[in-house]
Design a protein around this ligand. Structure first.
Ligand SMILES: Nc1ncnc2c1ncn2[C@@H]1O[C@H](COP(=O)(O)OP(=O)(O)O)[C@@H](O)[C@H]1O
Ligand SMILES: [Mg+2]
Length: 327
C-alpha cells in the first residue's frame, strides 16, 4: 500500500517536471501544471478506500508552537480519513475550539465538551456530535471552559490520565472509531500531556519557515520522557511539513532540512500554502468539502492516505532520531 502512495507522489513530481503546455501561448503555465496534476492525483485517489488499522489508533496532532497548522491538519486529515471510509473521531482539546468551528460543531459554553470529559462528568460518546458534512466523522467539541481545566486539574494525582481513561472506555465500545485525532493547544501543558498519554502516536505539523526545527528537539525529549514515565505506547511519530510556498526557495530548503533530521518520520506528502485552506473554516467547512478538487484537498487526501498506510502497516516502533536540532 505504501508503494501506491510513493508511486502516486512520483507521478505528481514527474507531471510537474514534464510541464503542461498552454495551447494558446505554447508556454507551460504553473497554474495549468498544478491543475493537471491535481486532476491526475484525484483520478488515482477516486473511489479508493483507505486501509483500516487492525486496532483503533489514537493520534495527537501536536506542536507547542502556535500557528503551525495543527488544527488545519487535524480537521482536514480527519475529513480525508472519513471520506476514505474510516470511522474517525476528533477530540478538540484546544480551548479556542477552532477544530470544532471548522467541523461545523457548536461549542458555546454549556455544550457537552472535552472539559466535561476530562472532569469525568461525560463520556466521549455522550459528547460526540456528528460532523454535518462528513459521514463517519464525529467530534468532541471544546468550549472556553477548557481554558480553566489546566488550573483546576493541576493538583489531582491522576491529572495526566483523565483523557486516557475516557479514550480507553471509548475504544472498547462496539461502535468505536478506527482513528481518533486529538487537536492539541499550542503548549506542552496539562491538556497536551493528557493527549500524549492517551495516544499511540503524534502527527506533528511543521511550518515551512525559517525557524521550523526550533523546538522540535524539545518536543522529542518530551515524547521520550512520556514514553519512559507514562505511556510506552507513544510510538508512531509522524511529521508533516505544512504551508509550503512553492514560489520561495526557503520553503523547499526548510522541507529538505526537516527531512534530513527526521528521515523516518517526515511524510512524503506535504501541504502547500493555499488561500482556500485558510478560508474554509470561516464557512464551517474543511477544505475537502469547500474545494474538493483543489490543491489543499488533494494534499490533505495524500497526507491521510500515507498516514493510514503507515498506521495499518506498522505495529513495530519507530524510534525517533534524537540528534539535537536546537541544543
Ligand atoms: N496550508 C495552509 N495554507 C494557508 N493557510 C494555512 C494553511 N494551514 C494553516 N493555515 C492558516 O494558518 C493559521 C494557523 O493555522 P492553525 O491550523 O490554526 O495552526 P495551529 O492550530 O497550529 O495554531 C490559520 O489562520 C490557518 O488558516
Ligand atoms: Mg490550533
Amino acid at each position: 500500500m505504501r508503494e501506491t502512495v510513493e508511486a502516486m507522489l512520483h507521478t505528481r513530481l514527474s507531471a510537474r517536471k514534464g510541464g503542461v503546455v498552454d495551447r494558446r501561448s505554447g508556454n507551460s503555465s504553473p497554474l495549468m501544471e498544478e491543475l493537471a496534476h491535481n486532476q491526475q492525483t484525484l483520478r488515482e485517489l477516486e473511489g479508493k478506500l483507505l486501509p483500516r488499522p487492525s486496532r483503533p489508533v489514537v493520534i495527537a496532532v501536536a506542536n507547542q508552537k502556535g500557528g503551525v497548522g495543527k488544527t488545519t491538519t487535524a480537521v482536514n486529515v480527519a475529513a480525508a480519513l472519513a471520506l476514505g471510509g474510516l470511522r474517525v473521531a476528533v477530540i478538540d482539546s484546544d480551548p479556542q475550539g477552532n477544530a470544532s468551528t471548522a467541523l461545523g460543531i457548536p461549542h458555546t459554553q454549556g455544550t457537552r465538551s472535552t472539559y466535561e470529559v476530562l472532569l469525568g462528568e461525560s463520556s466521549l460518546r455522550e459528547a460526540f456530535r456528528p460532523c454535518p458534512d462528513i459521514p463517519g466523522l464525529v467530534v468532541c467539541p471544546a468550549t472556553i471552559d477548557l481554558a480553566g481545566a489546566e488550573v483546576e486539574l493541576v493538583d489531582e494525582p491522576e491529572r495526566a490520565t483523565f483523557l486516557r481513561e475516557a479514550v480507553d472506555e471509548l475504544l472498547v465500545s462496539p461502535d468505536r472509531p478506527d482513528i481518533v485525532l486529538i487537536d492539541c493547544p499550542p503548549s506542552l501543558g496539562l491538556l497536551t500531556l493528557n493527549a500524549f498519554v492517551a495516544s499511540d502516536g503524534l502527527l506533528i505539523p511543521v511550518q515551512a519557515e525559517y525557524y521550523a526545527l526550533e523546538g522540535l528537539s524539545f518536543l522529542w525529549r518530551t515524547v521520550e520522557r512520556i514514553r519512559d514515565e507514562l505511556n510506552p505506547g507513544l510510538q508512531q511519530l509522524m511529521i508533516v511539513v505544512t504551508m509550503i510556498d512553492g514560489r520561495t526557495r526557503l520553503s523547499a530548503e526548510v522541507a529538505s532540512e526537516v527531512r534530513e533530521h527526521f528521515p523516518e518520520q517526515v511524510l512524503n506528502a506535504t501541504v502547500p500554502r493555499s488561500v482556500r485552506v485558510s478560508e474554509a473554516p470561516s464557512y464551517a467547512q474543511t477544505v475537502l468539502t469547500y474545494e474538493p478538487r483543489g490543491t489543499g484537498s488533494v494534499a490533505y487526501r495524500l497526507v491521510a492516505h500515507e498516514m493510514a498506510n503507515r498506521l495499518a502497516a506498522a505495529d513495530s516502533a519507530i524510534e525517533p532520531d534524537l540528534e539535537s536540532t536546537d541544543g
